[in-house]
Ligand binder design. Structure first.
Ligand SMILES: Nc1ncnc2c1ncn2[C@@H]1O[C@H](COP(=O)(O)OP(=O)(O)OP(=O)(O)O)[C@@H](O)[C@H]1O
Ligand SMILES: [Mg+2]
Length: 305
């Protein structure tokens, strides 16, 4: 079992009367990609900033790579890389100038030309920050977070506002960071991102962790049922479907039938049944539950602040 890179217990943080983090306990294991997901205002950024040592927490304990993020701030800064939500730089700073500036902050620095090339920014070395696209800016911030080969990388909403191509390129980058041996702690609103990228996630709501586990575990635990939708020829099919093992509900609209069911063998059983009954199938699809279904089930459908 890998040891925890981050250990947070009963974290609490308020801004005046606002309780941003009420009671957060979690462990991020060495070498994993751990995602903190939750609605707007749930307390993700605040939790992350307390863990990084950027904000003073009001209660609870935090340990990062065996260090206290407030007391050992200077040592920790050399070991962690941070990409902030909505980060900005001066409009006319050039990419190479930002890289030089960041390099000066660390004892050990990687080959920055190779890093920019790897992030597809090689041709942008001389470009002003303000001339970069959203995706290029985001990749620059990731480059700046990786400049000292950190053991632990924090990414706060790393793909918000990016197109699908840029998002996928950044997902590959994040898995590369993990392959390189670092631990990744990220936040995201995108359940597809969490599902594809994270080894484990914690769902946070009103400053409290309400669920934790691998994406597949959470789906199995909270949304175990799935649907098979098919269109058939002929009448009288609907009546036979309720007999099938594992079927929870059947809805028929003309010749289109929706079967909701549970269990690993459910879809195979439906296919076997249709085949052995000699039913002519014109269309067939499955609707599998996703992490987004779990998220909406646990945190509701209302819009947040
Ligand atoms: N500097 C601040 N001063 C006062 N209140 C703050 C401050 N920063 C955050 N808050 C409040 O604390 C709560 C948690 O905010 P936080 O930014 O941690 O949420 P988040 O989960 O990161 O949200 P988002 O998904 O929108 O980024 C919110 O109610 C927010 O309004
Ligand atoms: Mg945030």
């Amino acid at each position: 079992m890998p040891s925890p890179a981050i250990s947070v217990s009963h974290l609490r943080k308020r801004y005046g009367p606002v309780v941003a983090v009420d009671d957060v306990s979690l462990e991020v294991l060495e070498g994993e990609i751990f995602g903190l997901v939750g609605p707007n205002g749930a307390g993700k950024t605040t939790t992350m900033e307390c863990v990084q040592g950027l904000r003073k927490h009001d209660g609870g304990k935090i340990s990062v790579l065996g260090l206290d993020p407030r007391r050992d701030a200077a040592r920790l800064r050399q070991l962690i890389g941070v990409q902030h939500q909505e980060a900005q730089l001066q409009k006319r700073i050039k990419v190479w100038e930002a890289v030089d500036l960041w390099s000066a902050l660390y004892v050990k620095v990687v080959d920055t030309d190779a890093l920019l090339d790897r992030l597809g920014l090689g041709s942008k070395r001389n470009a002003w920050f303000m001339t970069l696209s959203g995706g290029q800016k985001q990749r620059l911030f990731i480059a700046l977070a990786l400049i000292h080969e950190p053991r632990m990388v924090f990414l706060d909403e790393l793909t918000t506002g990016l197109d699908p191509q840029a998002r996928r390129a950044i997902w590959t980058l994040v898995t590369d960071i993990r392959e390189g041996g670092a631990t990744v702690f990220l936040t995201t609103h995108l359940m597809e991102e969490a599902e594809r990228l994270c080894d484990r996630i914690a769902i946070i709501e009103h400053g409290r962790v309400i669920e934790m586990g691998t994406p597949a575990e959470l789906v199995r635990r909270h949304c175990p049922s799935m649907c098979v939708v098919f269109t058939s020829d002929g009448d009288g099919v609907a009546g036979q479907l309720t007999e099938l093992a594992g079927v929870l509900a059947v809805e028929s609209d003309g010749n289109t039938h929706t079967l909701r069911g549970e269990g690993d063998g459910f879809v195979t059983d439906v296919i076997g049944f249709l085949s052995s009954a000699g039913i002519q199938v014109r269309g067939f699809r499955t609707e599998m539950p996703t992490l987004e279904d779990v998220f909406l089930k646990l945190t509701g459908h209302g819009i947040r602040d």
